[in-house]
Design a protein around this ligand. Sequence first.
Ligand SMILES: [Zn+2]
Length: 265
Amino acid sequence: MARVTTTNRRDALRAGAGLLAGGALAAGCASGPAAPAAATASPTTPQAPSATVRASTAPAPRAYPGLPAQITHGPRTRPQVALTFHGQGDPDLARTLLTRAERHGARLTVLAVGTWLDEHPGIARRILDGGHDLGNHTQHHISVNDLAEADARKEIADCADRLRRLTGSIGTWFRPSRSPTASALVAELARQTGYPHVLSYDVDSLDYTRPGAAAVTRKVLSEVREGSVVSLHFGYEDTVAALPDVLTELGRRHLRAVTTTELLS
Ligand SMILES: [Zn+2]
């Protein structure tokens, strides 16, 4: 616990804003169908023809001078927001959500769990082909901040390897699993793996608590503002159902849903 001291201030601010109902570990990305036991079942090697990878290599992470190591939001001065998703769960729900976003002209950021990519290797290219950002959300979605250094390093590196094999890049972002922010150690391990920044967020949709689509919509729209990074999850029907209303209202407020890369560019 001592090593999270650098994030305590941010956590305290979040808790003060009512974003953390039950401490950091209960915040977004605390749930999901990830099961470490199942994760070891199918470490399949994705098929990715090298010519294809070379022809459409995905963007690599970038350093953003002036921005903190852990990014919670973008500029408050431009009418843009980033909708960011825990990438796991039913791939059909994920495809439906991506298609709905694209119909609204929205671009998303998907932080993929490595085992999800193992099970559904085609989803990585589907995400990139839609113009969305794709990033690393650890290999097994266990509480990465609580792991020993070697294990935490492996959780980050193994997912990076999946992304590299499937897309030619380790992805543009890293987000820790089961915590909105990374410990100082995990942030450093992510940096060593090639991610200069950790992508946190300033709006938690709480969609993973299955509160119903209307509640997801209300929660997001009551807190989102210029520059917000919103935490959402693939794998939940509430989220898929809420998305069109969220995007319609964002449009009414002249807030564009863009990739995190575009938000920060
Ligand atoms: Zn997550």
